[in-house]
Design a protein around this ligand. Structure first.
Ligand code: B3K
Ligand code: ZN
Length: 887
């Protein structure tokens, strides 16, 4: 058994040797590749250790030399994890020759085969699967890479930087040499040898550099690249406008590959992307797909500065680049799409994925102090909560100081591998705001809870808000204490953005006691203490507080709102997030009551239906925003509701949510029908905000109408499917049809598959719509689909669409009382672990919250978790997740 070993941040030491240059030579033959690496190295003057350690995994060593002198096995110690040499000169050239087998690399880490050729993925620790190397981000070197491969089979040869030479060789081979002018850590290395089509464009930077932007895709897909290419140019412009950051290379390439563990990878000048975040055509991709492409292209591009030019000292600092880059792509999203909708979607994701993580067995701060398997820490916490932490700095110091802080960060650290403290120090020095206490966000796990109480003194016209912070310890702190590393805990420094509304919905001027005049109608209250009180003067009548505007901090906000106050905020709050949030709170309260009453009796208040009617009508008012209304019509998810319960009852949650949807559909049928009719679009498809917003609302109405289940409603859904002129509309209908137990369901699903079976990303949609269906047969259907020709367990996208979606987005069936969902998940985890531990581990994470369920379900989940843990040869990835879940 691969007992995962824990690695601690406190044990960090600088590398004993540095690499100035690396000349790589990779020759791809049938069945194997030979990699020759020449490392120009020297002793690190800052190091005390003197032995050289080179990481290496699954490499067959063929030759090793120092300064041209061949080493014999007595000169080094070789293990499964790498190679060490103790006697070495101050500076030397180390050359190794290894043989690797990319065709057998099912982990998709390192160099691997996919349909059209060979691709790499090196973050976090894939480079060691290509050659012996100090595979750690604080070793930065200048790379050159020469590739050799069969010219007819793999005509495109790419690596980071600039192409410097190429030619033909004997036996139909060809070669190409690339040089990257920037020193980089090994995790940013990439190369590709494949048969690909390319589409190109040029972008000229402010300082006049002409950058070739190229998107490479599998042959025949050139008509699906335009959006990604445009997104890349938009991102380049945005980073210049907002942060003054320019592209620094002459070639910026994006290569799309169908087999990829994650979304995309920011390798210097040669991003490798999951096809999901590149390919789009109106008939194959939804509005959401188009938006995701914008965001992921921007994210990887923004990494060029936040991640590549300034990188991480060690993997504990992952959020240094990820939190910051997510924050940047979020702001890009808010600028190029609707700001309100973008922010609402982020809040929803954070609460759906990160809050449960922070409350579960894998809880960790955005900078964890220990890990067993780094691949398990590319988490919602490091990414999404990490972005929230950066956003709070932005809110606390303001936009201008934030920009100065960024400038200072680059002035100080360009070309370096640094820590989260270095980033915070730049922000503190640029703004003059003391951020010492703020750093608790980097070290404490768990979602803080803010309890807010209000008091109104009519005689004194005084309104008081008292805010108390709660931050109980999580399993993370317990683990650290058990390891002898107790973590001090204390209150957070955070911005609480608020406004006050009067009875007419008007925003009140805000003057705190002691101030001479009001400073606007919105304030950033700074919290630092366990309990703080804020007193507002000149308040004539009791206001409704709008708290945590824009979701100004990643916390749970606890305030005892009446339903009337929430309805008031829903209708009048000037803050889009809080208008939406008021509706979500209202719905959550009703749904939890429905859960309690098992969805029986009169549990849905009439004023709620009126509020939804008014909400829908507001989309058609002069300044109405259909996209925002569509968001607001979406009820809190079953997983969100589960998090609000002490003991989760997945069946009752499902029943209550469905009953509320059906109730709204019946009560507002004519309103939904008329909105549906009014929102039809004649213009040719465009993924822009105006069109996609209308489609989102129209499809939300369709979704409600589909809940009616009568003949007229079913006919409407089927005709929507027949008439759909783009994939957004097609999928809206198909997901409704997948929930209907009608004969047409099979016909539609079959014809969809026949039409799209050659378009892998569309097949993924077809799988997912079935794996997330409510129908009683779903678990059996998923099992059957795993044997279907459309499924391939070695392809991560297929596993995510069919299995992960089932586990994460179909709580009713995953948590089925007979344990069939848990069994299915465990079967896949065990089978997949032997091939691709990273993907297996992601599925295993769906067990995280098993202890929130009733005793019978817990017993069933435990059986599966123990079965997985007992599996011989289990990876460190799955082992860490399952052990932490069981502990
Ligand atoms: N940096 C990569 C993630 C790599 C994950 C490795 N297990 C993508 C990104 O965040 O941009
Ligand atoms: Zn990233």
């Amino acid at each position: 058994m691969n007992a995962a070993q824990t690695i601690y941040l406190k044990d960090y030491t600088v590398p004993a040797y540095l690499v100035d240059q690396l000349a790589l030579d990779i020759a791809i033959h049938t069945g194997f590749a030979r990699v020759t690496a020449r490392l120009s190295m020297r002793r690190n003057p800052a190091a005390t250790a003197s032995a050289l350690w080179l990481d290496g995994e699954d490499l067959q060593l063929e030759a090793l030399s120092i300064d041209g002198r061949a080493l014999s096995p007595a000169d080094y110690v070789l293990s499964d994890a790498g190679l060490s040499i103790t006697t070495l000169p101050e500076a030397f050239v180390l050359e190794s020759v290894v043989r690797i087998e990319p065709d057998k690399n099912t982990q998709l880490s390192g160099l691997y085969r996919s349909k059209d050729g060979y691709f790499t993925q090196c973050e976090a620790q894939g480079f060691r699967r290509i050659t012996f190397y100090p595979d750690r981000p604080d070793v930065m070197a200048k790379f050159s890479c020469t590739l050799h491969a069969d010219k007819a089979a793999f005509p495109v040869l790419l690596a980071n930087g600039n192409p410097v030479a190429q030619g033909d060789e004997a036996n139909g081979f060809h070669w190409a040499k690339w040089e990257d002018p920037f020193a980089k850590p090994a995790y940013l290395f990439a190369c590709v040898a494949a048969k690909l089509d390319v589409v190109e464009d040029y972008y000229t930077t402010t300082s006049g550099r002409r950058v070739r932007c190229a998107v490479y895709v599998e042959p025949g897909k050139l008509d699906q690249c335009d959006h990604a290419l445009a997104a890349l140019k938009k991102s380049m412009k945005w980073d210049e406008d907002v942060f003054g950051l320019e592209m620094d290379l002459e070639h910026y390439m994006i290569v799309a590959v169908g087999d990829f563990n994650m979304g995309a990878m920011e390798n210097k000048g040669l991003n490798i992307f999951n096809t999901k975040y590149v390919l789009a055509r109106p008939d194959t991709a939804t509005d959401t797909d188009y938006q995701n492409i914008d965001r992921v292209v921007a994210h990887e591009y923004f990494h060029n500065w936040t991640g590549n030019r300034v990188t991480c000292r060690d993997w504990f600092q992952l959020s240094l680049k990820e939190g910051l880059t997510v924050f940047r792509d979020q702001n890009f999203g808010m600028d190029v799409h609707s700001a309100g909708v973008t922010r609402i979607q982020e809040v929803r994701t954070l609460r759906a994925a990160q809050f449960p993580e922070d409350a579960g067995p894998m809880a960790h701060p955005i900078r964890p102090a220990s890990y067993a398997e780094i691949n398990n820490f590319y988490t919602a916490t490091v990414y999404e909560k990490g972005a929230e932490v950066i956003r709070m700095i932005h809110t606390l110091i303001g936009k201008a100081a934030f920009r100065q802080g960024m400038d200072l960060y680059f002035a100080r650290h360009d070309g370096q591998a640094v820590t989260c403290e270095d980033f915070v120090a730049a922000m503190q020095d640029a703004s003059g705001l003391d951020l010492t206490q703020f750093q608790r966000w980097y070290n404490q796990a768990g979602t803080p809870r803010l309890v807010v109480k209000s008091a109104f003194d009519a005689a004194a016209k005084r309104y008081t808000l008292t805010v108390t912070q709660h931050y109980p310890a999580t399993p993370y702190e317990e683990r650290m204490a058990a390891d002898g590393l107790p973590q001090a805990r204390g209150p957070y420094h955070l911005p609480l953005v608020i406004g006050l509304l009067d009875a007419a919905g008007k925003e009140l001027p805000l003057r705190l006691s002691g101030e001479t005049s009001a400073a606007g109608t919105q304030r950033v209250l700074t919290l630092r203490e366990d309990t703080q009180t804020f007193v507002f003067e000149d308040i004539a009548s009791e206001p409704v507080p709008s708290l945590l505007r824009g979701f100004s901090a990643p916390v749970v906000l606890d305030y005892d709102y009446s339903d009337a106050a929430l309805t008031h905020l829903m209708a009048h709050d000037s803050d889009a997030v809080n208008r939406w949030e008021a509706g979500q709170r209202l719905a959550t309260g009703i749904l939890l009551k429905g859960v309690e009453h098992k969805a029986q009796g009169e549990w849905i208040p009439a004023p709620y239906v009126d509020a939804i009617r008014a909400l829908l009508a507001s989309a058609f008012a002069p300044a109405g925003d259909p996209a925002l209304v569509a968001e607001a019509l979406l009820l809190p998810s079953e997983t969100y509701l589960a998090e609000q319960m002490a003991v989760v009852d997945p069946d009752a949650i499902h029943a209550a949510r469905l009953a509320l949807r059906q109730h709204l559909a019946r009560a507002l049928r004519s309103e939904f029908e008329s909105a549906y009719a009014q929102l039809a679009i004649d213009a040719p498809y465009s993924p822009d905000g105006a069109q996609s917003g209308k489609r989102a609302l129209r499809n939300a109405c369709l979704g409600y109408l589909a809940e009616l289940g009568d003949e007229a409603a079913n006919a409407l859904v089927l005709s929507h499917y027949e008439q759909a002129a783009n994939m957004t509309d097609t999928m809206a209908a198909l997901s409704a049809i997948a929930n209907l137990d009608i004969p047409a369901r099979h016909t539609v699903l079959d014809s969809f598959y026949s039409k799209w079976k050659h378009e892998a990303l569309v097949v993924d949609k077809w799988l997912q719509v079935q794996s997330t269906s409510r129908l009683a047969t779903t678990t059996a259907d998923v099992r059957a689909l795993m044997a279907h020709e459309a499924f391939d367990i070695r392809n991560p996208n297929k596993v995510y669409a069919l299995v992960r979606a089932f586990c994460a987005a179909n709580p009713k069936h995953f948590h089925a009382a007979d344990g069939s969902g848990y069994k299915l998940a465990a079967d896949v985890i065990v089978e997949l672990d032997a091939m691709n531990p990273q993907v297996a581990s992601r599925i295993a994470r769906t067990f995280d919250r098993w202890k929130k369920f009733d005793a019978a379900r817990q017993a069933l989940a435990r059986v599966q978790l123990e079965r997985i843990r007992a599996h011989v040869g289990l990876s460190s990835d799955v082992s860490e997740v399952v052990s932490k879940a069981l502990d």
